[in-house]
Ligand binder design. Structure first.
Ligand code: ADP
Ligand code: MG
Length: 248
Protein backbone atom coordinates (compact mmCIF):
# COMPACT_ATOMS: atom_id res chain seq x y z
CA UNK A 1 0.00 0.00 0.00
CA UNK A 2 1.43 3.38 -1.02
CA UNK A 3 1.99 5.58 2.05
CA UNK A 4 0.15 8.91 2.27
CA UNK A 5 3.49 10.53 3.04
CA UNK A 6 7.01 9.22 2.62
CA UNK A 7 10.02 11.08 4.04
CA UNK A 8 13.31 9.55 2.86
CA UNK A 9 16.67 10.56 4.30
CA UNK A 10 15.77 14.23 4.50
CA UNK A 11 18.29 16.69 5.93
CA UNK A 12 18.09 20.46 6.12
CA UNK A 13 20.37 23.16 7.51
CA UNK A 14 19.96 26.84 8.28
CA UNK A 15 23.48 28.06 7.53
CA UNK A 16 25.82 25.90 9.61
CA UNK A 17 23.02 24.68 11.92
CA UNK A 18 21.48 21.31 11.06
CA UNK A 19 17.73 21.41 11.75
CA UNK A 20 16.94 17.98 10.23
CA UNK A 21 19.43 15.13 10.04
CA UNK A 22 18.67 12.11 7.84
CA UNK A 23 14.96 11.98 8.68
CA UNK A 24 12.96 9.01 7.35
CA UNK A 25 9.45 7.83 8.17
CA UNK A 26 6.07 7.34 6.52
CA UNK A 27 2.43 8.09 7.27
CA UNK A 28 0.05 5.29 6.27
CA UNK A 29 -3.25 6.29 4.62
CA UNK A 30 -6.13 6.45 7.09
CA UNK A 31 -3.75 6.81 10.04
CA UNK A 32 -3.30 9.37 12.78
CA UNK A 33 0.46 9.79 13.03
CA UNK A 34 1.93 12.00 15.74
CA UNK A 35 5.17 13.88 15.06
CA UNK A 36 6.32 14.33 18.66
CA UNK A 37 9.14 16.69 19.54
CA UNK A 38 10.07 19.52 21.88
CA UNK A 39 10.34 23.10 20.67
CA UNK A 40 13.23 23.29 18.23
CA UNK A 41 13.06 19.58 17.29
CA UNK A 42 12.55 20.45 13.61
CA UNK A 43 8.81 19.82 13.18
CA UNK A 44 7.98 23.10 11.45
CA UNK A 45 11.09 22.86 9.30
CA UNK A 46 9.87 19.49 8.06
CA UNK A 47 6.45 21.01 7.29
CA UNK A 48 8.16 23.78 5.32
CA UNK A 49 9.95 21.15 3.23
CA UNK A 50 6.81 19.05 2.63
CA UNK A 51 4.87 22.14 1.48
CA UNK A 52 7.81 23.28 -0.68
CA UNK A 53 8.28 26.54 1.18
CA UNK A 54 11.93 25.45 1.30
CA UNK A 55 13.58 23.02 -1.09
CA UNK A 56 15.05 19.97 0.64
CA UNK A 57 18.78 19.91 -0.04
CA UNK A 58 19.01 16.20 0.72
CA UNK A 59 16.48 13.40 0.53
CA UNK A 60 13.10 12.78 -1.05
CA UNK A 61 9.52 13.53 -0.10
CA UNK A 62 6.53 11.77 -1.69
CA UNK A 63 2.80 12.25 -1.24
CA UNK A 64 0.91 9.11 -2.28
CA UNK A 65 3.94 8.16 -4.32
CA UNK A 66 4.24 11.52 -6.09
CA UNK A 67 7.59 13.19 -5.56
CA UNK A 68 7.04 16.82 -4.51
CA UNK A 69 9.87 18.10 -6.70
CA UNK A 70 9.25 16.03 -9.84
CA UNK A 71 5.42 15.96 -9.71
CA UNK A 72 4.46 18.95 -7.58
CA UNK A 73 0.95 19.25 -9.04
CA UNK A 74 -0.05 15.65 -8.35
CA UNK A 75 1.64 15.74 -4.93
CA UNK A 76 0.29 19.05 -3.61
CA UNK A 77 -3.24 18.40 -4.87
CA UNK A 78 -3.42 15.55 -2.36
CA UNK A 79 -2.13 17.68 0.51
CA UNK A 80 -3.93 19.95 2.99
CA UNK A 81 -2.07 21.93 5.66
CA UNK A 82 -2.84 23.78 8.88
CA UNK A 83 0.26 25.80 9.78
CA UNK A 84 1.48 26.64 13.27
CA UNK A 85 0.82 30.37 12.82
CA UNK A 86 -2.80 31.33 12.28
CA UNK A 87 -3.55 32.26 8.69
CA UNK A 88 -7.18 33.41 8.50
CA UNK A 89 -7.86 36.94 7.25
CA UNK A 90 -9.62 38.34 10.32
CA UNK A 91 -11.41 41.12 8.43
CA UNK A 92 -13.07 38.72 5.98
CA UNK A 93 -16.05 36.53 6.71
CA UNK A 94 -15.55 32.85 7.40
CA UNK A 95 -17.11 32.05 3.99
CA UNK A 96 -14.84 34.54 2.17
CA UNK A 97 -11.78 32.98 3.79
CA UNK A 98 -12.83 29.59 2.44
CA UNK A 99 -13.92 30.73 -1.02
CA UNK A 100 -10.67 32.65 -1.62
CA UNK A 101 -8.67 29.60 -0.70
CA UNK A 102 -10.77 27.43 -3.04
CA UNK A 103 -10.01 29.85 -5.88
CA UNK A 104 -6.29 29.15 -5.35
CA UNK A 105 -7.05 25.51 -6.07
CA UNK A 106 -8.93 26.39 -9.26
CA UNK A 107 -12.36 25.66 -7.77
CA UNK A 108 -15.10 27.91 -9.23
CA UNK A 109 -17.21 30.16 -6.96
CA UNK A 110 -20.43 28.10 -6.98
CA UNK A 111 -18.67 24.81 -6.29
CA UNK A 112 -16.51 26.60 -3.71
CA UNK A 113 -19.55 27.78 -1.76
CA UNK A 114 -21.09 24.31 -1.86
CA UNK A 115 -17.87 22.70 -0.62
CA UNK A 116 -17.37 25.43 1.99
CA UNK A 117 -20.86 24.98 3.43
CA UNK A 118 -20.32 21.23 3.67
CA UNK A 119 -16.87 21.66 5.25
CA UNK A 120 -18.15 24.20 7.81
CA UNK A 121 -21.07 21.96 8.72
CA UNK A 122 -18.65 19.07 9.28
CA UNK A 123 -16.55 21.30 11.53
CA UNK A 124 -19.62 22.29 13.57
CA UNK A 125 -19.63 25.87 12.27
CA UNK A 126 -22.60 25.89 9.88
CA UNK A 127 -24.10 28.97 11.53
CA UNK A 128 -20.88 31.05 11.45
CA UNK A 129 -20.35 31.37 7.67
CA UNK A 130 -21.28 35.07 7.53
CA UNK A 131 -19.41 36.13 10.66
CA UNK A 132 -16.08 37.90 10.44
CA UNK A 133 -13.24 35.55 11.32
CA UNK A 134 -12.32 38.03 14.07
CA UNK A 135 -15.54 37.15 15.93
CA UNK A 136 -14.58 33.48 16.41
CA UNK A 137 -12.85 31.87 19.39
CA UNK A 138 -9.37 30.40 18.96
CA UNK A 139 -10.76 26.87 18.69
CA UNK A 140 -13.35 27.92 16.11
CA UNK A 141 -10.65 29.65 14.04
CA UNK A 142 -8.63 26.45 14.04
CA UNK A 143 -11.69 24.50 12.90
CA UNK A 144 -12.20 26.97 10.05
CA UNK A 145 -8.57 26.43 9.08
CA UNK A 146 -9.18 22.67 9.04
CA UNK A 147 -12.35 23.12 6.95
CA UNK A 148 -10.36 25.29 4.55
CA UNK A 149 -7.48 22.82 4.34
CA UNK A 150 -9.97 20.08 3.37
CA UNK A 151 -11.86 22.05 0.67
CA UNK A 152 -9.97 20.55 -2.25
CA UNK A 153 -10.46 17.08 -0.72
CA UNK A 154 -6.84 16.18 0.01
CA UNK A 155 -5.95 12.65 1.17
CA UNK A 156 -3.20 13.82 3.52
CA UNK A 157 -3.60 16.52 6.18
CA UNK A 158 -0.69 18.08 8.07
CA UNK A 159 -1.32 20.02 11.27
CA UNK A 160 1.47 21.87 13.07
CA UNK A 161 0.87 22.39 16.81
CA UNK A 162 -2.81 22.97 16.03
CA UNK A 163 -3.96 23.07 19.66
CA UNK A 164 -1.38 25.46 21.08
CA UNK A 165 -3.01 28.35 22.90
CA UNK A 166 -6.42 26.68 23.14
CA UNK A 167 -8.21 25.88 26.39
CA UNK A 168 -8.67 22.27 27.50
CA UNK A 169 -12.12 21.80 25.99
CA UNK A 170 -11.23 23.43 22.66
CA UNK A 171 -8.11 21.24 22.49
CA UNK A 172 -10.09 18.07 23.13
CA UNK A 173 -12.78 19.06 20.59
CA UNK A 174 -10.22 19.82 17.90
CA UNK A 175 -8.35 16.58 18.46
CA UNK A 176 -11.65 14.64 18.39
CA UNK A 177 -12.64 16.32 15.10
CA UNK A 178 -9.37 15.37 13.43
CA UNK A 179 -9.53 11.80 14.72
CA UNK A 180 -13.09 11.49 13.36
CA UNK A 181 -11.93 12.77 9.96
CA UNK A 182 -9.28 10.04 9.88
CA UNK A 183 -12.02 7.43 10.43
CA UNK A 184 -14.65 8.93 8.12
CA UNK A 185 -12.53 10.00 5.18
CA UNK A 186 -9.62 7.60 5.61
CA UNK A 187 -7.49 10.71 5.73
CA UNK A 188 -3.80 10.31 6.51
CA UNK A 189 -2.93 12.82 9.24
CA UNK A 190 0.45 14.02 10.46
CA UNK A 191 -0.14 15.79 13.77
CA UNK A 192 2.91 17.70 15.02
CA UNK A 193 2.91 18.40 18.74
CA UNK A 194 5.03 18.62 21.86
CA UNK A 195 2.04 17.67 24.03
CA UNK A 196 2.29 14.09 25.27
CA UNK A 197 -1.35 13.94 26.40
CA UNK A 198 -2.58 14.23 22.80
CA UNK A 199 -1.26 10.74 22.00
CA UNK A 200 -3.47 7.64 22.09
CA UNK A 201 -2.02 4.12 22.49
CA UNK A 202 -3.01 3.15 18.94
CA UNK A 203 -1.43 6.18 17.26
CA UNK A 204 1.61 5.86 15.09
CA UNK A 205 4.30 8.02 16.74
CA UNK A 206 7.46 9.52 15.26
CA UNK A 207 9.78 10.91 17.93
CA UNK A 208 11.85 13.78 16.53
CA UNK A 209 14.61 15.13 18.73
CA UNK A 210 17.19 17.75 17.73
CA UNK A 211 16.53 17.02 14.07
CA UNK A 212 16.79 13.23 14.32
CA UNK A 213 14.15 10.50 14.36
CA UNK A 214 14.71 8.44 17.53
CA UNK A 215 11.67 6.15 17.27
CA UNK A 216 8.79 5.32 14.92
CA UNK A 217 6.13 2.84 16.00
CA UNK A 218 2.71 2.54 17.62
CA UNK A 219 2.70 4.42 20.93
CA UNK A 220 1.88 1.16 22.72
CA UNK A 221 4.86 -0.61 21.12
CA UNK A 222 7.24 2.22 22.06
CA UNK A 223 6.01 2.05 25.67
CA UNK A 224 6.58 -1.74 25.80
CA UNK A 225 9.99 -1.49 24.10
CA UNK A 226 11.13 1.08 26.67
CA UNK A 227 9.53 -0.80 29.59
CA UNK A 228 7.94 2.54 30.39
CA UNK A 229 4.72 3.33 32.25
CA UNK A 230 3.41 5.62 29.52
CA UNK A 231 4.46 7.43 26.35
CA UNK A 232 5.69 10.45 28.34
CA UNK A 233 8.16 8.29 30.27
CA UNK A 234 9.16 6.48 27.08
CA UNK A 235 9.87 9.85 25.43
CA UNK A 236 12.02 10.90 28.40
CA UNK A 237 13.99 7.60 28.27
CA UNK A 238 14.58 7.79 24.54
CA UNK A 239 15.59 11.45 24.39
CA UNK A 240 17.66 11.12 27.58
CA UNK A 241 19.59 8.15 26.15
CA UNK A 242 20.27 10.11 22.95
CA UNK A 243 21.57 13.01 25.05
CA UNK A 244 23.94 10.74 27.00
CA UNK A 245 25.31 9.29 23.77
CA UNK A 246 25.97 12.79 22.45
CA UNK A 247 27.80 13.95 25.56
CA UNK A 248 29.75 10.65 25.99
P1 ADP B 1 9.89 22.97 15.96
O1 ADP B 1 8.83 23.34 14.97
O2 ADP B 1 9.96 21.50 16.25
O3 ADP B 1 9.81 23.78 17.21
P2 ADP B 1 11.70 24.26 14.08
O4 ADP B 1 11.63 23.49 12.82
O5 ADP B 1 10.93 25.53 14.15
O6 ADP B 1 11.32 23.30 15.30
O7 ADP B 1 13.21 24.58 14.41
C1 ADP B 1 14.24 23.62 14.30
C2 ADP B 1 15.59 24.30 14.51
O8 ADP B 1 15.86 25.16 13.41
C3 ADP B 1 15.65 25.18 15.75
O9 ADP B 1 16.96 25.10 16.28
C4 ADP B 1 15.39 26.57 15.22
O10 ADP B 1 15.98 27.55 16.03
C5 ADP B 1 16.02 26.51 13.84
N1 ADP B 1 15.31 27.37 12.86
C6 ADP B 1 14.01 27.29 12.51
N2 ADP B 1 13.70 28.19 11.56
C7 ADP B 1 14.85 28.85 11.29
C8 ADP B 1 15.19 29.91 10.38
N3 ADP B 1 14.30 30.43 9.55
N4 ADP B 1 16.47 30.33 10.39
C9 ADP B 1 17.39 29.78 11.22
N5 ADP B 1 17.13 28.79 12.08
C10 ADP B 1 15.88 28.33 12.13
MG1 MG C 1 7.18 24.51 15.19
Amino acid sequence: MTPALTIKEVSHSYGPRKALDDVSFSVPPGSFTVLLGLNGAGKSTLFSLITRLYAARHGEIEIFGHNIMREPGAALRRLGVVFQARTLDLELSVMQNLVYHAALHGIGPIEARRLAHAALARAGLADRAKDKARALSGGQMRRVEIARALLHEPRLLLLDEATVGLDIKARADLLALVRELVQEKRLGVLWATHLIDEIADDDQVVILHQGRVLATDRAQAIIVEQAAANIGDAFTHITGAAQEKLSA
